[in-house]
Design a protein around this ligand. Structure first.
Ligand SMILES: [Zn+2]
Length: 82
């Protein structure tokens, strides 16, 4: 299957799916992928299944969990305002 260039988020997602299970990610990587994670969550997709490493990190890192909650709240307000 040939993969044509797609919007950034899709490319990011494909890249992440292609990455074979590194043990864990740090806060930098988590922050980098958090936008996408939240977008999936908002879209009703299973973000935790699609991005298990972010899910894992979020589960054990209070900072990233807070960041996630804040992003989620902000995007929800945005989505509802439209
Ligand atoms: Zn973190």
């Amino acid at each position: 299957m040939k993969i044509m260039p797609k919007p950034t988020t899709i490319r990011k997602m494909l890249h992440m799916l292609a990455v074979t299970r590194p043990v864990e990610i740090g806060c930098d990587d988590c922050f980098e992928q958090l936008d996408l994670f939240v977008e999936l969550e908002i879209a009703g997709k299973n973000a935790a299944d699609t991005m298990p490493l972010v899910q894992e990190h979020r589960a054990r890192c209070g900072d990233c969990r807070e960041e996630f909650e804040a992003l989620l709240a902000a995007l929800k307000v945005q989505a509802e305002g439209q």
